[in-house]
Design a protein around this ligand. Sequence first.
Ligand SMILES: [Zn+2]
Length: 335
Amino acid sequence: MRGGRGSACGAWRRLSRRLKRKAHCALRSPRPPMIVARIDKSTKKCIMQHKVILMEEAKKSYTFGAYVWFGYMLPFKEKLDAIKRAGFDNICLWWDDNVINCDGSLAEQIDIAYKFDLHVEHAHIPYYDCNKLWKDCIDGVDLMNMCIKSVELAYCLNVPTLVMHPFELKKPVDGSTKIFMERFKKITQVCANKEIRFAVENLADNDCLKSILRSNNDNPYVGLCFDSGHNNIVSKDFSLLTEFSKKVFALHLHDNDSISDSHLLPFEGNVNWKVFIKALKNTSFTGSLMLEACFPFDYSKLDTENSEKIMLPDIPMDEYLLKAYDSLKKLSSFV
Ligand SMILES: [Zn+2]
């Protein structure tokens, strides 16, 4: 049966003819004239000046971050909820599945961070036995492979920066620089391939750290994680920030009395924060002021009868985190 005027087929043909006519008209109709706003020279100058001010402001202001371990043994979700509630925008994770029972897998942790709108700015590779990276032993090779796997996992889970300890405190006296450097090169070649930044943290041997960074200066994915507390024990200057001003990839901010690495909040010890901020401002660092402070936690008492009390400090978690946030607010007021 042919489609007559009343049939569905006929109606379809009429509609398609109308649409074609419309499209044809649209093609032939002239384009509406473009409206160009006329901006005089002085307005243009003002806009440019404002842009420069905004860029300078963006350069000067830092967001705030907190390491997920801050002395409270609570479920991961609860800790992240509290970190977000206190006002932080970024976090640092411990990059190891050893905490899977209490915190979940790394993929799960990143998923939870995403749900709380917290950016995982960097993650810390485990440093147990890291002096073996300098020694001709199978454990050293295993450690190197663990680092490479960590980089590959960071790539898969979109974590842009990893932090590593090159040694436990200082370069081991019986360690081989050649062995360490060869292993470090292998790890950081993977970093370059995967575009993951590898930040080496200062501990108690800034001279050795400097030589590692200097000899890997050609790799743009090798840089520094500046730890304010460790620096305060070994040196009162901020020459690490000055020399590697273009290579500061991460910060670990905490305070102490220059003697013990107590991971106090900024302004609870004697770090010269004004001088620190002055040095930081002269670097190209654009990440967050990341706290690596921790409510004083006595690990030696963890397995004693009082362990429950130790696991839950006297100050409520929210109170501690607000205090932590305020310490960063005070710090950023020096910017
Ligand atoms: Zn640190």
